[in-house]
Design a protein around this ligand. Structure first.
Ligand SMILES: [Zn+2]
Length: 327
């Protein structure tokens, strides 16, 4: 059961019911967005208008799905079993970051003459600057599907939030359960991780990092997502389609038996050959004690082939593909 409490709209004085755990709510009378705790008006609340109705969205989904590795060409003959349109809220934080870092870079150093050349590593201190700008997306509702959390949302064509428009396309909204403050903190933390990763491309370890961050813009945006369950032959599969851009966020699809069989066979072959050669090399290494090399190589080779075969097995079993064309 969702419990409600109430506040009065700071714009029109209308009564707004607050669903449990909501941090911002939209006034049903005047469409004003209000911060529940402070009672302040949040102007920057947007949504993406639905551009793909269920038919368009499923068409796009089937044609994209049919192009996936091992998927049946007649995926379009599937039937939609269930569908709902959910507008998921996200905080979008524009972060500008500048950083100076000091780190240690290992450089190879060859010492000695010809035959007794020895490799050693020189540790060199290096400094550098980073200047980055990024939009960071933070799901504002804890129930946001996992694949949607990783989705980079196109938000260029956003419009001011309008509950009527959402009701008109029979969409449902999800409560905003994260304070703007918290979203800002998270965004900075995420940007800080991005900076460190970037710095670690230049140096092996970071000894000092000075960061300066600005957040020139922060806004809420709700994205229309089609949650679709469709049936191909006798099994059901799930999909998420962005109703604003038509992009496939997540798609489960059937894989043809022939494809699965081939993949499985490839996996087995790798396993057998890898195992065989691996064992042979290990045997060679052990029987000629002066050279340990074949043993080590044999183990490494065997493990490598095992990893490859596991990948084949996973592909044979898996029914998923995620994310169309990441930006
Ligand atoms: Zn109002």
């Amino acid at each position: 059961m969702i419990k409600f409490t109430q506040i009065n709209c700071p714009n029109c004085d209308g009564q707004i019911e607050i669903p449990k755990q909501s941090s911002t709510v939209v006034c049903g009378y005047c469409n004003t967005t209000v911060n529940v705790k402070s009672g302040e008006i949040l102007k920057e609340n947007y949504f993406m208008r639905l551009q793909y109705d269920l038919d368009l969205a499923t068409d796009k989904m089937y044609s994209w799905g049919a192009k996936q590795l091992g998927a049946p060409k007649n995926l379009g003959q599937s039937k939609v079993v269930e569908s709902k349109l959910v507008f998921w809220p996200f905080w979008v934080v524009e972060v500008e970051a500048k950083a100076n870092y000091t780190g240690i870079q290992k450089k190879p150093d060859f010492k000695g003459k010809d035959k007794q050349k020895r490799l050693s590593w020189n540790k060199i201190s290096e400094t550098g600057n980073l200047d980055m700008e990024q939009d960071i997306f933070i799901p504002a509702n804890p129930d946001t599907p996992r694949s949607l959390k990783e989705y980079i949302i196109p938000t260029k064509r956003k419009e001011f939030f309008d509950k009527d428009q959402i009701l008109e396309v029979r969409g449902t909204t999800k409560t905003v359960q994260m304070e703007q403050k918290v979203a800002l903190q998270k965004a900075k933390k995420m940007m800080s991780d991005v900076l460190r990763k970037e710095a670690l491309k230049e140096v092996d370890s970071i000894t000092k990092m000075d960061e300066k961050m600005k957040t020139p813009a922060v806004f809420l945006v709700s994205i229309p997502i089609w949650h679709i369950k469709y049936c191909y032959k006798i099994r059901n599969y799930d999909a998420l389609v962005d109703g604003a851009s038509g992009r496939i966020v997540y798609l489960e699809f059937p894989r043809k038996m022939a494809f699965r069989a081939m993949t499985l066979l490839s996996g087995l072959l790798h396993l057998v050959i890898g195992g065989g050669i691996g064992v042979l090399l290990v045997y060679l290494g052990l029987t000629s004690p002066e050279v340990i090399f074949p043993t080590i190589f044999g183990i490494a080779f065997g493990l490598g082939m095992l990893a490859i075969s596991l990948r084949f097995f996973r592909t044979a079993i898996s029914l998923k593909a995620g994310m169309e064309e990441a930006r």
